[in-house]
Design a protein around this ligand. Structure first.
Ligand code: GLV
Ligand code: MN
Ligand code: MN
Length: 471
C-alpha cells in the first residue's frame, strides 16, 4: 500500500531532479567559463574592474632599469649600496623617486620628515585610500632590492593598472617611508613610527643626534625637510586614515626560493627589540698596565656579546635570534686598552614574551660583567621593544584571491625581518607580499631577486590594490 502511495512522489521527484542535475552540471560549466573569461572566481563577490587579471602586464625591463639607476645613488662602490638618511645620495634618490611618481601621474606631497606620498585620486575621493609602499634607505654595504622593490614595484603596479584602463574607486597611494633602517639615528622605521602617531618619538627626535653629533632636525633641514617646524607631530596620521596598507618586499630569507614558491603572504611580523650599551674603563698603555690592574671595556663588550648568544640559544626556540651588530672600541689603537665601548644589540622573536626574557637576561649580564670587570655600565638603553604585528585576515584573503586569479602559487609565512608594515598595522589593516630572493641573502651586496619573481610580486600587488580600491 505504502509503496503505491509513494510511487507518484518518486516519479515526481525524478522528473524534477533529473533536469536539476543537468542544470547543476550546466551551471558548473557556465561558472568555469565565466571564471576563465573574467579571471575571478564566480562564487566570491566580484570586484568591479574593467580588465582581466591575466592581461596585467609589468614593464619588467623598465623596472629593472630603475632598480639599477636607483642603486647608483650610493656611497659604496657597486654592487654594494649604502644610502643613509638625509645624505646627499639619499636626497638624489628621493628626487629620482619623485620623478617616477610624477611620470606615473601621481600627485605628490612630503611630510616634515620626508615620508613621500604619491596619490592616484579615486572616483570616490571622500573614501579612505588604499596605500602601498616601503623604503629606499640602505644600510652600509647592502643590496639593491631591500625596500626598493616595494617602492619602485608599487609605482610600477600603479602603471600596470593605468595601462589596463583601471579606474580606482578608492584613491591609491604609494608611500616612500623615511629611514626604515636605523643606521643614522639608531631608530628603525622612523617615518612609519611617526605616521602611526608615536608622541614619544616626536619629542625624542628634537634631541636626537647621529654619530657625528649632527642633530636630527639639522640633518632633516639639510635635506629640505622640517624647515619651518620643530613639532614633528604634524606627521601623525589618524587611525583608519587608510582603508588598507600593503607592502611588497623581498623575503630576506631562503624559504620561498628553497620551496620554489613565487609568493609569500605574510601573516605576522616578528617582534624586534634593540639595545644600546656603553661600558667605561680606565684604558691605558697596552704594554705597561699589567693584566690584574686592567678594567678593559673592550673585554666587557666581548663578554656581553657571547652572553647575548647564550641567552638567545637558551630560549630553546630557533625563532629567537640575537645579533651584536655594532661594537666600537675607543680609542681604537692597537697599543691602547679600550677605555670605552659602544655596543648595539638586536634581538627578535615571534613570541614577544620570550623576546622580553632575552632582553632582561642581557641587562642582568651587562650589570654582572661590569661589576666583575670593574668597568662602569654607563648606558643601558632599550631603544625599542616592539610587539609583533598581525596581518589583516581580510587583506590576506584578498591577496589569496589575487594569486589564484593570476595563477601563481603562494605560501603563508611570517616575516622575521621588520618592516614599515609593523607600524602601519597600528593605524590601518595591513598585509605584506613577499617574493623570493637569491639564497635568502639580504643586507649584503649579493642580494638579488629575479625578473620573473619581481614581475609576479608587482602583479599580485597591482591586483590586490585594484580589489581593495573597489571595496
Ligand atoms: C629591516 O631592515 C630589518 O632589520 O629587519
Ligand atoms: Mn633592511
Ligand atoms: Mn626592508
Amino acid at each position: 500500500m505504502e509503496t503505491k502511495i509513494f510511487q507518484p512522489f518518486l516519479l515526481l521527484f525524478l522528473a524534477i531532479s533529473i533536469p536539476c542535475l543537468s542544470d547543476a552540471s550546466h551551471e558548473e560549466h557556465a561558472r568555469k567559463t565565466m571564471e576563465e573569461f573574467s579571471g575571478y572566481p564566480a562564487d566570491s563577490p566580484p570586484h568591479h574592474y574593467s580588465f582581466s587579471p591575466s592581461s596585467l602586464s609589468v614593464d619588467i625591463q623598465g623596472l629593472q632599469r630603475q632598480i639599477e639607476e636607483l642603486s647608483s645613488f650610493s656611497d659604496a662602490p657597486a654592487p654594494a649600496v649604502t644610502r643613509i638618511l638625509y645624505s646627499q645620495k639619499d636626497v638624489l634618490a628621493r628626487r629620482y623617486i619623485k620623478s617616477l611618481m610624477e611620470q606615473a601621474g601621481l600627485s605628490i606631497h612630503e611630510d616634515a620628515v620626508g615620508n613621500i606620498f604619491g596619490r592616484w585620486g579615486g572616483t570616490e575621493a571622500a573614501l579612505s585610500a588604499v596605500a602601498t609602499g616601503s623604503h629606499i634607505d640602505a644600510i652600509p654595504y647592502s643590496g639593491k632590492y631591500d625596500g626598493v622593490i616595494g617602492v619602485l614595484g608599487a609605482i610600477e603596479a600603479i602603471n600596470v593598472l593605468k595601462r589596463s584602463g583601471f579606474q580606482p574607486k578608492r584613491s591609491l597611494e604609494v608611500i616612500m617611508f623615511t629611514s626604515e633602517e636605523p643606521t643614522r639615528f639608531g631608530i628603525s622605521c622612523l617615518g612609519s613610527r611617526l605616521l602611526a602617531g608615536n608622541e614619544e618619538l616626536a619629542i625624542a627626535l628634537k634631541q636626537a643626534v647621529d654619530g657625528k653629533n649632527i642633530s636630527f632636525l639639522e640633518a632633516a633641514r639639510s635635506a629640505g625637510y622640517a624647515v619651518h617646524e620643530d613639532d614633528l607631530s604634524s606627521v601623525f596620521l589618524k587611525k583608519d586614515y587608510y582603508f588598507s596598507f600593503i607592502e611588497l618586499h623581498i623575503e630576506q630569507g631562503p624559504i620561498l626560493e628553497e620551496e620554489g614558491i613565487p609568493i609569500g603572504i605574510v601573516t605576522a611580523i616578528a617582534a624586534p627589540a634593540s639595545i644600546s650599551i656603553d661600558f667605561e674603563g680606565n684604558g691605558g698603555h697596552a704594554g705597561a698596565v699589567l693584566m690584574p690592574a686592567r678594567n678593559d671595556a673592550g673585554l666587557a663588550a666581548a663578554e656581553l656579546a657571547l652572553a647575548v648568544e647564550k641567552h638567545v640559544l637558551d630560549s630553546g626556540s630557533f625563532d629567537t635570534v640575537g645579533t651584536v651588530g655594532v661594537m666600537e672600541l675607543h680609542p681604537g689603537a692597537v697599543n691602547s686598552i679600550p677605555s670605552r665601548t659602544h655596543v648595539e644589540i638586536d634581538t627578535r622573536d615571534i613570541d614577544e614574551e620570550r623576546r622580553n626574557v632575552v632582553v632582561n637576561k642581557i641587562h642582568q649580564s651587562a650589570v654582572r660583567i661590569a661589576e666583575n670587570r670593574g668597568v662602569k655600565l654607563s648606558k643601558f638603553k632599550i631603544v625599542n621593544q616592539d610587539p609583533p604585528a598581525l596581518s589583516s585576515n581580510s587583506i590576506i584573503s584578498t591577496m589569496r584571491e589575487a594569486t589564484k586569479q593570476l595563477n601563481v602559487s603562494f605560501k603563508l609565512m611570517i616575516s622575521r625581518a621588520y618592516h614599515d608594515s609593523l607600524f602601519m598595522a597600528r593605524i590601518s589593516p595591513m598585509g605584506m607580499i613577499f617574493i623570493p630572493c637569491y639564497k635568502g641573502y639580504s643586507h649584503k651586496p649579493e642580494e638579488f631577486a629575479s625578473a620573473q619573481d619581481i614581475a609576479n610580486g608587482v602583479k599580485v600587488l597591482a591586483l590586490t590594490l585594484a580589489k581593495l580600491s573597489a571595496e
